[in-house]
Ligand binder design. Structure first.
Ligand code: PGA
Length: 254
């Protein structure tokens, strides 16, 4: 946690979810309205096909809706792509960019991720920019150097700090049930906080830094209590409202 910074718990549904899954999102909205996440903000990033329906269920803003990726251009001949303005038009207020699955599966570079983040900001979205080292990079003692490079290369150098969220997601912790030690997470988040200060000046102190990678109800209280951990980006455990809400519930009494 960072004093004075409103935490964010965001669910990343990845390539999961049909219309039948909208009930989970409705249940998340209901619990959020009832105060189930305390002062924390909640967001869910379903597949693009469900964004407008999710947004209609959450029109009162109890839960924000986000996309999982956007194209750096505003429109044009890019078959199969989705522009940030289209996400916004469908009811999204967030978009994830630079997730490690896109960096790995689609060869996305830091420069492309930055262009996507800039497109998101231009469309009025808040960008959740993902960074994180591989297992080999951590074992080689290069985790801090790798993430430093990703932060400097992927973040828009000029941005309103409230419209940028950083998600630190070690690649080897995603979907594996493994998490770094509390000390390793705290070390990385403190380093990211310092780099954000170099890029954005005092505003860097207010940027939310989420942890992601096998966050579950069982480990959420420990992970979310760490210094400079301002929430979570949750994959698998966000597909079920009960698990997602149990994670967000960590903030109920804070
Ligand atoms: P996970 O995914 O929670 O299933 O590990 C996290 C993510 O990829 O955002």
């Amino acid at each position: 946690m960072t004093p004075g910074v409103r935490p964010l718990v965001a669910g990343n549904w990845k390539m999961n979810g049909l219309k039948a899954s909208l009930g989970e999102i409705a249940a998340m909205g209901e619990a959020a309205r009832a105060g189930g996440a305390g002062a924390a903000e909640l967001a869910v990033c379903p597949p693009a096909t469900l964004i407008s329906q999710a947004a209609a269920l959450l029109a009162d803003g109890a839960l924000a809706v986000g996309g999982q990726d956007c194209h750096p251009k505003g429109s044009g001949p890019h078959t199969g792509e989705i522009a940030a303005a289209m996400l916004k038009d469908a009811g999204a207020s967030y978009v994830i960019v630079g997730h490690s699955e896109r960096r790995a599966d689609h060869g996305e570079s830091d420069a492309l991720v930055r262009a996507k983040a800039e497109a998101a900001l231009a469309a009025g979205l808040t960008a959740i920019v993902c960074v994180g080292e591989t297992r080999a990079e951590r074992e080689a003692g290069r985790a801090l150097a790798v993430v430093s490079g990703q932060i400097r290369g992927s973040l828009p150098p000029v941005a309103e700090p409230s419209r940028i969220v950083v998600a630190y997601e070690p690649v080897w912790a995603i979907g594996t049930g493994l998490t770094p030690t509390a000390a390793d997470i705290a070390e990385m988040h403190a380093a990211i906080r310092a780099w954000l200060g170099e890029i954005y000046g005092p505003g860097g102190a207010t940027i939310r830094i989420l942890y992601g990678g096998s966050v579950k109800p069982a480990n959420a209280a420990e992970l979310l209590s760490l210094a400079n951990v301002d929430g979570a980006l949750v994959g698998g455990a966000s597909l079920k409202a009960a698990d997602f809400l149990a994670i967000a519930g960590v903030y109920r009494n804070t």
